[in-house]
Design a protein around this ligand. Structure first.
Ligand code: ATP
Length: 578
């Protein structure tokens, strides 16, 4: 509720007009039964008694009723249109704010919230808010006006019968309050199950090929079905709980109506009320009942919206947990370009993922990192990019701690190609240029050459070839070369290839590395690879195991000093030891 008020505040002018339209429309609806009663009880008997049979007054009354009915209709439709517009604009802003916030979240925060949950907060939760914002504007004023107006009009007609009706209201309020309170945690639970279902779906879609290749379709289907069933169960529990409100309320009101009719019959026979009044009274009773139902609907919607609003606010109110640096990178070529000093780190603070990692790399040098899967190679890059902060130790760029450097300046200088980087649904040109206006056509041509991606020119539309989602219309090796071209085109100070050439054949990989060395002489390079051949010419090679540096040095030094490195070389280079 608070969130909705916050969201609609900027549109208060439009909101005032829409709510005024709604109120006047509701008043028009309230006026009609009274006019009908007047017609039946006063006008028709007067005409019956009048011998001139002049029906003008009846026509005038009927005409006025039609005008009032159409006025009510017009005002309601106009107000509903405005309500939808306000809700759409308000939620557009909410999505914008949420997106900006998500963009600034640290990797820790994203890990803790989980990606599927962020997706459902951005989609289903904001949709719930949209729906509630629209419904509240449509019914939030109309229903109370009809309820209070209905009671007042009934009071004017017959206070005695109105009292019976009003006596039912506290009971209804208790029912609505009790069930709405129950609804919020139930809807929250439903959203959590939606998170899980999206997670399963994401896993299935992004891993569809693997799933099929391993004949795991049935297993995955079952997992998805379970997640789907859990979501349905949670949704049903919530809606069944909330669905009890209306029948209960209707029963209470119907009991009231029966009592009113019994009392009405007595009062009619005693000549205290007229038949038209009873008819109008029953109409007001229905108006009041409908207004109560609308109010209930608002409560149901607001239970759902409150659950969603809390989930959205949880993200919006997250503190900035990684303070940005204030300085720009100052180039000082006499000190190492990159230095790790006794860096230790854990993702979960349970087990260590990097322990005491230290190395120095000067400008233009190449660092090779090799090690088993899960040994911590990508973690070194995650820390260098400052996706996470180190637990202890320091990472320095030209002697400056990266915590003091503006994140934007830091990341702008690093060109990274990760293992499974994204190709976007754009042209090949767009994927390489990547909205960086400083990159010229010459840069792109050079990058394509360096990345050994000339295959692009053999394609029908060459650079304009549209990429399917995730680059599905390219082979694994072609995709990697486009990604490498993207990084090269930015002429980064530091270039990181994280298993980025694993799908390239030996010859192409070698040509690419030689070309990189020749064209990007001043770029400091970090190559993570499983193949010794990809990094044997590096100035420094780190052999990483379980988050620790087991051995470091050049290829020749490691061939002398590290048994493990020797073994890897033996198997990979087919017994060639140097
Ligand atoms: N976001 C994360 N949250 C928790 N643990 C993580 C996270 N990312 C990686 N890890 C864990 O940290 C360890 C090191 O992972 P890392 O990705 O650095 O390995 P790697 O050497 O690059 O492996 P590979 O060659 O398979 O890419 C692994 O045990 C991994 O499970």
């Amino acid at each position: 509720m608070k969130m909705i008020l916050r969201l609609v505040k900027p549109y208060w002018r439009m909101l005032t007009i829409s709510l005024t339209f709604k109120s006047v429309g509701a008043l028009a609806d309230l006026f009609l039964p009274w006019m009908i009663a007047y017609m039946i009880d006063k006008e028709i008997p007067r005409l019956q008694a009048d011998s001139t049979s002049n029906l003008n007054s009846l026509y005038m009354l009927g005409g006025a009723m039609v005008v009032i009915a159409f006025l009510g209709l017009y005002l309601n439709v106009a107000a509903n249109r405005k309500a939808e517009m306000i809700a759409a604009l308000a939620v557009k802003q909410l999505r914008h704010d949420l997106f900006s916030k998500i963009e600034g979240l640290s990797a820790y925060q994203v890990d803790a919230l989980t990606r599927p949950s962020l997706i459902s907060r951005m989609t289903t939760d904001t949709y719930n808010i949209y729906h509630a914002t629209a419904v509240m504007q449509r019914l939030g004023v109309r229903a109370p006006v009809l309820l209070i107006g209905g009671i007042l009009m009934s009071l004017l007609m017959d206070p005695m019968m109105t009292l019976i009706m009003v006596a039912m209201l506290p009971l209804i309020i208790i029912i609505v309050y009790f069930y709405s309170r129950k609804g919020i945690p139930l809807y929250k639970k439903t959203q959590k199950y939606i998170d899980l279902m999206i997670r399963k779906l994401r896993e299935y879609i992004s891993g569809a090929r693997v799933v099929r290749a391993l004949s795991m379709n049935e297993h995955e289907k079952e997992m998805f079905n379970n997640a789907n069933q859990d979501t349905v169960d949670a949704e049903l529990t919530a809606t069944i709980t909330m669905a009890k409100i209306n029948p209960l309320m209707q029963t209470v009101m119907n009991i009231g109506l029966i009592l009113v009719l019994i009392v009405g019959a007595y009062r009619l026979s005693a000549g205290l009320v007229e038949i038209g009044q009873i008819m109008a009274f029953v109409t007001y009773f229905t108006i009041i009942l409908n207004a109560m139902m609308s109010i209930t609907r608002i409560f149901v919607m607001s239970s759902r919206a409150t659950a969603s609003g809390e989930r959205i606010d949880e993200v919006l109110n997250l503190p900035v947990d990684m303070k940005d640096g204030t300085k720009s990178v100052e180039v000082r070529e006499e000190v190492p370009h990159i230095e790790f000093r006794n860096v230790s780190f854990s993702y979960t603070q349970k087990e260590s993922n990097l322990t005491n990692v230290s190395f120095k790399l000067y400008k233009g040098q190449t660092l090779g990192i090799i090690g088993a899967t899960g040994s911590g190679k990508t973690t070194i890059i995650n820390l260098l990019m400052r996706f996470y902060d180190v637990d202890s130790g320091e990472i320095l760029i030209y002697g400056q701690n990266i915590k003091d450097i503006k994140q934007n300046d830091l990341r702008k200088r690093i060109g990274v190609v990760f293992q499974n980087d994204l190709i976007f649904a754009d042209s090949i040109y767009g994927n390489i240029q990547f909205n960086r206006n400083v990159i010229t056509n010459d840069d792109i041509e050079l990058a394509t050459r360096v990345a050994q991606a000339e295959f692009i020119y053999d394609k029908e539309d060459d650079m304009n070839l549209q990429m399917a989602q995730r680059g599905m219309n390219l082979s694994g090796g072609q995709k990697q070369r486009v990604l490498i071209a993207r990084a090269v085109a930015g002429k980064p100070d530091i270039m990181v290839l994280d298993d980025a050439s694993s799908a390239l054949d030996y010859q192409t990989d070698m040509r690419m590395r030689l070309s990189l060395k020749k064209e990007l002489k001043k770029t400091t390079m970090i190559i993570i690879a499983q193949r010794i051949s990809s990094l044997r010419n590096s100035d420094l090679i780190l052999l990483v195991d379980e988050g620790k540096i087991l051995a470091s040095g050049t290829h020749d030094e490691l061939m002398q000093s590290s048994v493990m490195y020797q073994e890897i070389a033996y198997y990979q280079l087919g017994g060639e030891h140097s």
